[in-house]
Design a protein around this ligand. Structure first.
Ligand code: AMP
Length: 238
């Protein structure tokens, strides 16, 4: 008996329910400060899939003074990219962990064409297709304002902003009580350098994924809540 598209959709949704939720594998693109981390964290809770932030993995390695952390710190403090090989190795190990079985959200990876091509080969080999690439569109000036006022909790990774989203108590994470800090790479001169690197090295990925038919561009200048709603609509329609 031939299977039409409608019955295929029903079948897919049945399989997802049986497996305890949608399998969603997505990539966030956008300049530093576009809100990728904030949205990825909310989507992670909503869909029950892990947020994989290469920046957070590296910051943890720096805090623990591991070999990786010592090597990476030099680049991170200057706002430069850590080498492709190191990052690809981190992702290769991470996406095969059991919590990624129902999907994952990549936040901060890939950042170069070399990383994207290598990731394509990786997911093809492991048969774990990417569903969508979400690109958050914001202006450079907005990014500078957002990052220069950003505060981060080292314990739970939640972000705040001195002006737009202050914590309930000054300097203290409203979620877990952690002591908030201002990232050294959020100083204005470093932010400008990160933006330059983004333009030259990461922005070409927008065209790369557009060509593959995976790209969805979202206006990143609206409120956190409104962007989140739009993202959920896109993802629930998949
Ligand atoms: P983020 O928290 O995503 O802004 O990342 C902080 C820093 O970690 C970046 O400025 C880079 O130095 C490094 N980093 C994070 N992800 C990558 C990546 N995919 N490729 C190279 N370096 C990265």
């Amino acid at each position: 008996m031939p299977i039409n598209k409608a019955s295929l959709l029903v079948l897919e949704s049945f399989v997802r329910q049986r497996e305890g939720g949608k399998k969603l594998r997505l990539i966030f693109l956008g300049p530093p400060g576009s809100g990728k981390g904030t949205q990825a964290s909310r989507l992670s809770q909503r869909f029950g899939i892990p947020q994989i932030s290469t920046g957070a993995i590296l910051r943890e390695a720096v805090a623990n003074k591991t070999e990786l952390g010592i090597k990476a710190k030099e680049y991170m403090d200057k706002g430069e990219l850590v080498s492709d090989d190191v990052i690809i190795g981190i992702i290769c190990d991470r996406i095969v962990q059991t919590d990624c079985e129902n999907g994952f959200i990549l936040d901060g990876f890939p950042r170069t064409i070399v990383q994207a091509e290598s990731f394509d080969r990786m997911v093809k080999e492991k048969n774990i297709p990417i569903d969508v690439v979400l690109s958050l569109d914001v202006s450079e000036e907005m990014v500078v304002r957002r990052l220069c006022g950003r505060l981060v909790c080292p314990e739970c990774n939640v972000n705040y902003h001195l002006e737009f989203n202050p914590p309930k108590k000054k300097g203290v994470c409203s979620k877990c009580g952690g002591k908030l800090y201002h990232r050294p790479d959020d100083e204005e001169d470093v932010v400008r350098r990160r933006l330059k690197i983004y333009k030259e090295t990461t922005e070409p990925l927008i065209g790369y994924y557009q060509q593959k038919g995976l790209l969805r561009v979202i206006n990143g200048t609206e409120t956190i809540e409104s962007i989140f709603k739009q993202l959920v609509i896109v993802l629930e329609g998949m």
